[in-house]
Design a protein around this ligand. Structure first.
Ligand SMILES: [Zn+2]
Length: 587
């Protein structure tokens, strides 16, 4: 009798456990019919299918309503588009979910919110008073460009605003940072501390005293560890869950993290827990203990680990599944035009902004963060193991160097299968696009620099002639290198229509044209965020368009982007996002 009770108990555990396992297997979904609206397949612009049938997350039929309806099963979910537009879900090809989670509830000192320096500092002072003395105050988005006439704050100013709290501020570009005296003290950095390099350092004045500014990432490592500690694991996990939801809300069905900001295996496990097809034992265990959140269908996630976190690379690129996978390694070859660290052939334009806010001298043209010969070794090494590389390269000199490194590394080998990427590509010219085509490389453009910073690039940083040659999306299409567009969240929010609107209209927020010859069509813009971005992570046979055999990743829009006036592309709203047949967002 007692034995029977144990058997029963065992069976119950098995059934309940099995049930949870099954409902959390994101590939097991009931069937789906989508009909009664415009369907843009991104296969062929002339396609006009009426309906789609999806089963277990895979598209089984794209065709006439009559044919599709014949496949209807008793439990098929019917999605009536009511005349709205359906297209493949968007793929954010370059984003930073973990940094977004870190920044999401920091004090906002950005130029998107504050128009004058007075406003910035008054807001910060008010916020600081809400913190207990001794606790850290973190701020995000300080921006000497969008906030006109904002000078780089001196450490004495930061001390006067936060005399009793360690204070740390991220620049909008994430290439510069500022800290007050208590913050430097807390992490043990003094004026005597050795700078990590010539390009990443703690800025000092003529007397050798800290000015409060920290330039580029290596010098902020000590602070970064502290920030993670202060925010705490619980908060970070909660924030990351929110960030993942926001990607779906923005119409993304896949995100690509280009340099996951972590050295910890558990963070990889956490990301895997959010997105992978089946629950892992580790993730499930932590979810039971309420350390990880419960699983629910989420966006697909492909990850490039940071160059300095390669211990996180699995044994081979054949890891994970089509929901979560580590695909390569991210390197930074130069910095940002807004920080004076973009590496150019010719010097920066000299203006009050470059002199006083960005603080560079005449003749300055930025510098590489990696020696070109070192880059060759990096490429050879990673290619040997089959890894794809994504390299941050903004300036024309940086791009020249990186392409030289690829050509040198591949004199003998073939590079066809790698699809190495260049990120941001502000001054990528036609000649280099041709080289990229030969190398089978692909660019992702930081296109909203035009919209938000076009004015400053033109008048203060690059000069008119050079500013008109930035972000050559049209020339990239002509050279068949499968370009994509990105927001680089948290730089700008992940918002596909904002990016596509900029690529199509090539106008600043104030309405000024920047390099109009580089406008692309709406169809091309849609390609950048779907099939091209899929190609960049070698998923073009599974996602990025609506086709029999591909995954059921869709987005429902309130208007047809191919029909609206292209000036109003930015206003199209996301109504519903579906990943693998599972609705992950609905308005
Ligand atoms: Zn980035």
């Amino acid at each position: 009798m007692k034995k029977l009770r144990y058997v029963l108990l065992f069976l119950i555990v098995l059934i309940v456990g099995g049930y949870f396992y099954l409902i959390q297997d994101f590939s097991k979904t009931s069937s789906l019919i989508i009909y009664n609206g415009t369907i843009i397949t991104m296969e062929n612009q002339a396609d006009k299918p009426e309906a789609i049938f999806v089963k277990d997350g895979v598209i089984q039929m794209v065709g006439s309503k009559a044919d599709v309806m014949q496949l209807k099963e008793s439990n098929t979910e019917m999605i009536d588009l009511q005349g709205k537009t359906l297209m493949p879900g968007f793929i954010d090809p370059h984003t930073h979910p973990l940094v977004s989670a870190l920044l999401i509830d920091m004090v906002d000192v950005s130029g998107f919110t504050h128009k004058s320096p007075e406003e910035v500092w008054a807001h910060l002072a008010k916020e600081v008073r809400k913190f207990e003395p001794g606790t850290w105050v973190f701020c995000r988005g300080l921006d000497p460009i969008l906030t006109k006439n904002l000078a780089s704050p001196h450490i004495s100013k930061l001390d006067s605003i936060a005399p009793n709290n360690p204070l740390f501020i991220f620049a909008q570009t994430l290439h510069n940072y500022w800290a007050n005296s208590l913050a430097f003290k807390a992490v043990g950095v003094t004026a005597q501390t050795k700078d990590p390099s010539k390009t990443s350092f703690y800025e000092k004045d003529a007397q050798g005293k800290l000015t409060g500014m920290i330039v580029e990432q290596a010098a902020m490592t000590a602070f970064k560890t502290r920030i993670f500690e202060e925010i705490g694991q619980k908060k970070l996990i909660k924030n990351l869950a929110m960030v993942m939801d926001n990607y779906a809300k923005a119409g993304n069905t896949t995100i690509v993290t280009t340099g996951l900001t972590t050295f910890k295996k558990n963070i990889i496990k956490l990301c895997e827990h959010f997105s992978s097809e089946k629950p892992t034992l580790f993730g499930q265990g932590l979810a039971t203990l309420n350390i990880f959140p419960d699983r629910k269908p989420a966006v697909r996630h492909f990850v490039y680990v940071r160059h300095d976190a390669q211990h996180l690379l699995p044994d081979s690129p054949q890891n994970g599944d089509d929901f979560f996978k580590i695909v390569g390694v991210k390197y930074w070859y130069d910095g940002s035009p807004l920080a004076g660290s973009m590496y150019m052939r010719k010097p920066y334009f000299m203006s009050r902004l470059t002199r006083e806010s960005i603080r560079i001298n005449s003749g300055h043209r930025g510098k590489y963060l990696i020696r070109p010969t070192q880059m060759v070794k990096i490429i050879e090494n990673l290619q040997k193991k089959g890894w794809q590389i994504a390299t941050h390269a903004h300036g024309d000199q940086a791009i020249d160097d990186v392409l030289w490194a690829y050509e040198t590394a591949n004199k003998k080998a073939t590079v066809k299968e790698f699809r190495h990427r260049l990120e941001h590509c502000m001054l990528l010219n036609e000649q280099n696009l041709k080289r990229m085509n030969t190398l089978n490389m692909t660019p992702s453009f930081h296109i909203n620099f035009i919209y938000y910073y076009g004015d400053a690039l033109k008048n203060d940083i690059l000069g008119i002639e050079r500013a008109n040659r930035i972000l050559k999306a049209n020339t990239a299409f002509k050279n068949q290198v499968n370009p994509s567009l990105h927001a680089d969240q948290p730089m700008y929010d992940s918002d596909p229509f904002s990016l596509m609107a900029t690529a199509v209209n090539r106008k600043t927020k104030e309405g000024e044209a920047i390099g109009p010859q580089e406008m692309i069509t709406v169809w091309q813009a849609l390609q950048t965020m779907t099939i091209n971005a899929a190609w960049q992570v070698k998923m073009e046979n599974k996602i990025g368009s609506i086709k029999k055999g591909k995954y059921g990743d869709f987005v429902v829009l309130d208007q047809n982007p191919l029909k609206v006036d292209k000036a109003s592309l930015r206003n199209i709203k996301i109504l519903r996002t579906i990943v693998h047949g599972n609705t992950v967002f609905q308005k």
